[in-house]
Structures are given as C-alpha cells and as structure tokens.
Write a protein that binds this ligand. Structure first.
Ligand code: XBP
Ligand code: MG
Length: 228
C-alpha cells in the first residue's frame, strides 16, 4: 500500500529555475562585479550540476577563476538572498494540478514529504507561500545532507523521518538527477518533466506523465503506479 509520497521542489512543485534561480544567479554576478550572465540555454546546460553552490563552482572553474569554490561560496550567499526575495514578492505559482494533488493526498491521509537539494532558507519560504495549508510530514533540504542528488541521501533521510520503507513510497520528480536519486533509494518514481527537461530520457521511471492534472494521473491516483 502507498504510505507516503515524496516530492521534489524545483521544477516539480513549481517552475522555479528559469525566472527564479537563474535570475538570482545573474543578480549575484552583477552585485559582485563579475562579467558573467547565464542565458536561458546556458542555464539549461548548467542544471546538470545540482546545488547552486556546486553549479557556480563548476562554472567558475570552467571560466578559469583561481579559487572557484571560495568565490562560489560568496556568490551563493548573495544568490540565495535574491532568490528568497523573489519567492516572497515575485510571480510564483504551483504547477497546474499540484495543489489539488497535494490536497487529495492530505484528505486521504497519505503523508506528504519533501526531498530537495535546495537550501532550507528559501525552501521554507516557498512551501509557506504556496502550500501553507498542507502539513508536510518531513522536509529534507540541501542543508540536511552531505551529498546532493543524484545521490539518494535526501530520499533515504526522508524515508527514515517518515518511518516508511522505500517500497511503500512514491517519489515525484522533474529531472534526470532527481529520478536517479529516487531510484537509487529504491523508491518508485513518477516523472513530470519540467520545462528544462522536456524530451529527455528518464530511464527507470515508473511513468513519465504529461502533467499533474487529474486527467494526466493514473486512474487509481498515485497508488496506481504500484505493482503490488
Ligand atoms: C534543483 C537544484 C537546485 C537549484 C538551486 O534540483 O539543483 O540547486 O537549482 O538551489 P532538484 P540552491 O530539483 O533536483 O532538487 O541554490 O539553493 O542550491
Ligand atoms: Mg527538480
């Protein structure tokens, strides 16, 4: 039986990357007087590196900076402040159908949890703004793990906080690293690809759905993906 559903945040609950995170990184470059700008396509390439700080470090190393990790640490603090401000005031919506899906799970008594590589500082703002009426049974962020996705640590931690076995849970993801993390934790994973990951292969996904509307989901809801 389905005993928990664990959701990713970026790209899954909301489209946060293109106009949110990306712009915050660009503002940080400007604030620190650096001549870098990530356009929409370039940012898509960089999404292969999860975690904003590691994405920055990887890019700065590619640009030949002498201390990419140190510069990334400083830039990422500025980026996080800009992104948190955007989450408080910017145009932010859940992906269509997400609110109804979460409310349906809540009403049927299935615990809902979060496993993200994003920082708690902004994750808590996003969850409060968009889903204040949903009680999350566990929220695991990038601050709670040593290894980010595609490592399974965030999902394993969520399972242990939920006190649920991997085979009793379903994960919902939007990207290849997210899918890899969930499946490495032994969790059945549904993929609803986000705008940056359309048409990518999702090997090992239980299903790749076109969206979160009732008509996109299996007839039996998320329980419908279990083969038990
Ligand atoms: C999302 C990420 C995050 C964000 C940036 O991956 O990789 O790094 O882009 O957030 P997922 P931070 O959806 O698989 O969790 O800057 O807070 O790291
Ligand atoms: Mg994601």
């Amino acid at each position: 039986p389905l005993r928990a559903v664990i959701f990713d945040v970026d790209g899954t609950l909301a489209e946060t990357e293109r106009d949110g995170h990306r712009q915050a990184f660009n503002q940080a470059f400007r604030d620190h007087g650096l001549p870098f700008h990530w356009d929409v396509a370039e940012y898509g390439r960089l999404l292969a590196v999860t975690g904003g700080r590691y994405r920055l470090a990887w890019y700065l190393a590619e640009q030949g900076l002498s201390d990419p990790a140190g510069a990334a640490r400083v830039l990422h603090r500025t980026k996080t402040a800009h992104f948190a401000a955007w989450l408080r005031a910017g145009p932010l919506f859940p992906r269509p159908g997400v609110h109804e899906l979460l409310a349906g799970l809540r009403d049927s008594g299935v615990p809902v949890a979060i496993a993200t590589t994003g920082r708690r500082e902004w994750v808590s703002i996003l969850l409060k703004r968009l889903f204040d009426d949903i009680g999350f049974a566990a929220v695991v962020t990038g601050d709670d793990v040593a290894e980010l996705k595609p490592d399974p640590e965030a999902y394993l931690r969520a399972l242990s906080r939920l006190d649920v076995e991997a085979r009793e849970a379903v994960a919902v993801e939007d990207s290849p690293p997210g899918l890899a993390a969930a499946t490495a934790a032994g969790i059945t994973c549904l993929v609803v690809a986000s705008e940056y990951h359309l048409d990518m292969p999702f090997p090992g996904a239980a299903a790749v759905l076109p969206g979160f509307l009732a008509t996109d989901l299996p007839d039996a809801g998320l329980s419908g993906v279990f083969a038990d």
